[in-house]
Ligand binder design. Sequence first.
Ligand SMILES: [Zn+2]
Ligand SMILES: [Zn+2]
Length: 248
Amino acid sequence: MKLTFFGTSHGHPERGRYCTSVYFEHKGNGFFIDAGAPLVYLIKQKGIPYESIKAMFITHMHNDHTAELPAIANSLWYHKQVEYWDIFFPDENGIAGLDAWTRAQYNGGGVTNNRLIHPHVTTPGVIYDQYGIRVTAIRTDHVNNGALPSYAYMIETDDGKRVLFTGDLAYDFHDFPQIAKEEYFDLIVSELVHLAPDKAAEILKDVNTRLLIFSHLGAYNVKKLEEHNIRFNFPHVVAIDGFEYYVI
Ligand SMILES: [Zn+2]
Ligand SMILES: [Zn+2]
């Protein structure tokens, strides 16, 4: 499985960092975690064929993770791709909102009758098991103790690799998925903006992973990581836009 970090910023784009979207590819099929802008442009830039993309998993409805969804809907219609994308929304309001947006444009006919998008509402547990990818949604408490539906996603491949994406977490990281301390992961991709790096290190020190990649952060978080000279019990790197990693 190969990951490409399309956007690594936090709630707003920063110089050199677009908002959050991670692409991963397994056996020729493509998938996305989140749809931060300018995703449609980046798909074109990277030369990824629309028909190779199978599914998208949205962690929560905040704009920095979803702003490109109307453009995606329009782009699927424009490219007249043969197959559909499965898109998993954490909240049915997201489906209704995108549906209204696309209807207002009169060119996609709305999401619910647009065969190019199969919308789903994410619920805890296994939500997807196709193309050698099994995706499990884990509820998190990003805002107001879970008032806003938000999820971490665990990806397991048919060749035995396991990757965890935290999505956005609560301001004290109390919702960092417990499974990361109980089971081994080949890779964990964690946000690092809602808790200071030195405090996050306390929470993350028992995580059982081969590598931790921090994404969804700003330059000031990177600076704090360096200032505190934080040591983890495993290798860690800070992703920048365009960063690629092979889970082998
Ligand atoms: Zn965010
Ligand atoms: Zn958020």
